[in-house]
Design a protein around this ligand. Structure first.
Ligand SMILES: [Zn+2]
Length: 410
């Protein structure tokens, strides 16, 4: 049985860390705030009898022995970092649910047959360095780590320096990769970040596939000239070129909507940024995602093609840096069946659904059978200070997690 009170206490203890005066939290990847959250949760996991370690990147791993400790472990967890001005539930819910499940298992007093692990990933959000789910990418051996370490945040700090500052041991980074046979399964509880569950009055979403993003940073170089002295015909305006490209991103996204692909420009910066200067350089972030990789590739190819044409027509040049090209992930049918069985046993209304957002679970799915359990969040609002999930729903998510862990670890 999952207890409600300790969940409330955990949420209350975490809530002031990185909290903003106007509500919400900023808990950036590899910041001192993220480190403080990890320290607190590590203490709680140790109090629950977990053997604590940090891997070379800084992922927190707590382990409990099984009756047969040579068997692969059943693991669960999520992340504690957030977007700037984010909410208090994205990631946190999965960590708090994992703690609640371990608390319940400990109260039962006997070891599960398989060992158990709680994993708290570092750097899940891409807001700071442009790369998402870094901790689980490294753990699953799917990170292009040397390339990532050179990425810089808005203040010019490299990921390498930020990770070192947080205590990462980058010389030993390979040791953070989990080997085949170490894990039997991975489970993550997460808020849905959408409105499907709420609209269908379902309490649990059993995720079948996770959409994956292809992300690119495109920098268009034109020429910064005097806005008064430069006739229209002589301009090489990087911003008007970017404007055309942004509309093309939307257009190609729409064309692939039947395959559930979406395309977004969510980041834009221009230089020099003055009223009387024609923009000379524009940098934009393009995010294309879906559950059908071929469809994602068609969108990206269309955007590439359009960019070339814009460059020719407008006499500007462009550089494209690929930040990620993750493949959509199908989750494990055995784990899905186990989660469904837990919902049925608890008489919870649930539905099978894809996840539009990326999660650490998608990387873990590359190395172990993986399941993702959604709980509703109010009005589907996420990455926003108004993000909210009820304690009752977190309890239900933790209950489903507990049953699934016990099933898989028996
Ligand atoms: Zn998250």
């Amino acid at each position: 049985m999952i207890e409600k009170k300790p969940i409330i206490q955990d949420l209350e203890a975490l809530s002031p860390i990185g909290a903003l005066p106007g509500g919400g939290v900023t808990r950036l990847a590899f910041s001192s705030v993220e480190a403080e959250l990890h320290r607190l949760v590590a203490r709680w996991l140790a109090q629950l009898g977990g053997k604590i370690r940090k891997d070379a990147l800084g992922n927190l791993i707590a382990r409990w022995p099984g009756q047969d400790d040579s068997l692969p472990a059943v693991a669960t967890g999520s992340h504690l970092d957030s977007v700037p001005q984010g909410g208090k539930f994205d990631g946190v819910v999965g960590v708090v649910a994992a703690l609640a499940a371990m608390r319940a298992i400990r109260k039962m007093g006997s070891l599960t047959r398989h060992p158990l692990e709680v994993i708290v990933f570092v750097g899940e959000e891409s807001s700071r360095f442009g790369v998402a789910t870094l901790g689980s990418k490294v753990m699953s051996g799917s990170a292009n780590i040397e390339q990532y370490l050179q990425l810089r945040d808005a203040a010019g700090i490299t990921l390498r320096d930020a990770a070192k500052e947080s205590g990462a041991n980058l010389a030993e980074i390979e040791s953070a990769i989990r080997q085949p046979g170490e894990l039997k399964a991975f489970l993550e509880v997460h808020i849905e970040q959408g409105r499907v569950l709420e609209e269908e009055a379902a309490k649990i979403g059993v995720v079948t596939a996770i959409a994956a993003p292809t992300r690119r940073q495109i920098t268009i170089e034109g020429r910064a000239d005097h806005s008064g002295a430069t006739p229209m015909a002589l301009r090489r305006d990087a911003l008007t070129a970017a404007a055309e490209l942004i509309l093309a991103v939307e257009e190609y996204g729409r064309r692939e909507a039947v395959h559930k692909s979406v395309a977004t420009v969510g980041m834009l910066s221009l230089k020099p940024g003055a009223m009387n200067v024609i923009p000379g350089q524009v940098s934009l972030g393009v995010d294309v995602r879906g559950i059908d990789f071929a469809s994602i590739q068609r969108v990206v190819a269309g955007i590439d093609d359009k960019l070339q044409k814009i460059c020719q027509q407008r006499h500007v040049s462009a550089k494209t840096q690929q930040l990620s090209a993750d493949k959509p992930v199908q989750l494990d049918s055995t784990v899905i069946a186990s989660i469904e069985a837990a919902c049925q046993k608890l008489s919870l209304p649930y539905r099978l659904m894809p996840s539009g957002a990326g999660h650490d679970a998608m990387n873990m799915a590359k190395i172990t059978p993986t399941g993702l359990i959604f709980i509703p969040c109010k009005d589907g609002i996420s990455h926003n200070p108004r993000e909210e999930a009820t304690v009752e729903d977190i309890v239900l998510g933790a209950e489903v997690l507990l049953h699934t862990i016990l099933d898989l670890a028996k």
